[in-house]
Design a binder for this molecule. Structure first.
Ligand code: ADP
Length: 379
């Protein structure tokens, strides 16, 4: 067991956005010193840590300098300088997720190759150096994904008609077969250095049609017990194959033939696990800390069915944020509002989330649908 909970040990977190904020909140009941690094002085978690450093986590020297003052390092965003983390690891720092795993996950092409090499099911794909190399007679529909830098749908283009080949995304990419999706689910797995693994119940994700990010999440997913068990086993096999320490969010498609395919993975707390704060015995944030600090993993069971809604900036508004309707949400029983404290709103920016618990999932969905239009984020 590590020396990890004790104010002699310092945990460094790259990124101080909303995921960093919720990690810091999960760390606060323990005796932990937190250092955080983020380019924005107004980052949501800036005031929730012992030491906040303004700096770019993509910059090698910045990450090296930041890491020197920490004993254990983790992240809330994967677009960080993995080479600097590898050097810190070589210098004896505990870095989770491990930089070697991070390098694979940062590149969607390497991620897909990893799935194939480890017999983890995923949709067939080909890699290309750039859009000009993609054969124009490629069967449609298919999906173009940039290998790096894409998230919240920004590096993804679904190609349905031959005209779509005229507006391909630039840069190295992959093209994969379009999946006939019945439902998109995610399973969060956690693994500690000793190899202990725990998974959460699969959750069901509905995406905002324009913003291409999770708008609505239902826990547990409305799939059969056999499919749920299969999804958990697949997430467990995936985290085991990576040998990853920390959390791994495994996004999957259940296709219309009932086959599970891995879409992509994220080696950190994830949007699909926000509900675990109130709906599960152990939140994903505390589970991540337990895993990276080599502590026993917590019980992942759902206390209650839940729905999570992302609170997004309204379309047509950019500027200093104003919330309306908060009182309606707070008046509702079993509704938990998280506002991340971002000073500026933009259309579809993730400004907060709302978790609603229910006696049944249908009850939670009904209550969440009633509350959703009452809360507005504008400028
Ligand atoms: P991001 O890294 O931006 O989250 P994803 O790979 O998760 O990107 O893709 C975003 C969304 O695009 C998915 O949630 C899904 O709805 C759709 N999508 C991605 N890949 C496929 C595919 N192979 N077939 C059909 N839809 C897909």
């Amino acid at each position: 067991m590590s020396q990890s909970i004790g104010s002699t040990s310092t945990l460094g977190i790259l990124g101080a956005g909303q995921l960093g904020k919720m990690l810091a909140q999960a760390a606060s009941p323990w005796d932990l010193r937190l250092n955080m690094l983020d380019p924005s002085p107004q980052a949501p978690a800036a005031h929730l840590c012992e030491s906040f450093v303004v700096g770019d986590f993509r910059d090698e020297q910045t990450v090296l300098a930041f890491g020197k003052s920490c004993d254990v390092l983790t992240l809330e965003i994967e677009q960080v300088h993995a080479g600097a983390l590898a050097r810190l690891e070589a210098d004896g720092k505990q870095v989770y997720p491990q930089p070697s795993v991070l390098k694979i996950i940062q590149d969607k092409g390497l991620q897909k190759q990893f799935f194939i090499e480890h017999s983890l099911p995923t949709s067939p794909f080909r890699l290309y150096n750039g859009p000009e190399d993609i054969p124009r007679d490629r069967p449609l529909p298919c999906v173009q994904k940039t290998r790096t830098e894409g998230y919240d749908g920004r590096g993804v283009k679904i190609l349905r008609t031959p005209e779509d080949f005229n507006a391909l995304l630039p840069g190295a990419c992959l093209i994969e077969d379009a999946v006939d999706i019945a439902v998109e689910i995610a399973v969060i797995a956690a693994r500690s250095p000793s190899g202990e693994i725990k998974t959460y119940d699969p959750v069901e994700m509905s995406f905002h049609p324009e913003a291409n990010l999770v708008e609505f999440l239902a826990a547990p997913a409305r799939i059969s017990p056999e499919q749920a068990a299969e999804a958990r086993a697949l997430a467990e096999a995936t985290i085991e194959a990576f040998g990853l320490v920390g959390l791994l969010a495994v996004e999957m498609f259940l296709d219309t033939r009932g086959t599970l395919l891995i879409n992509e993975v994220a080696p950190r707390p994830h949007n699909s696990g926000h509900h675990t704060i109130e709906a599960c015995i152990t939140s994903q944030y505390q589970q991540h800390l337990r895993a990276i600090l080599d502590l026993p993993l917590g019980d992942t069971r759902l206390r209650s069915p839940a729905v999570m809604l992302n609170v997004l900036g309204e379309e047509g508004f950019s500027g200093p944020v104003v919330y309306s309707g908060v009182e309606h949400v707070l008046a509702a029983p079993s509704a938990y509002l998280h506002l991340y404290g971002k000073t500026e709103t933009r259309p579809f920016r993730k400004m907060g989330h709302l978790t609603v618990l229910g006696e049944t999932l249908e009850d939670a969905i009904r209550k969440a649908r009633e509350l959703q239009p009452l809360l507005k984020v504008h400028a």
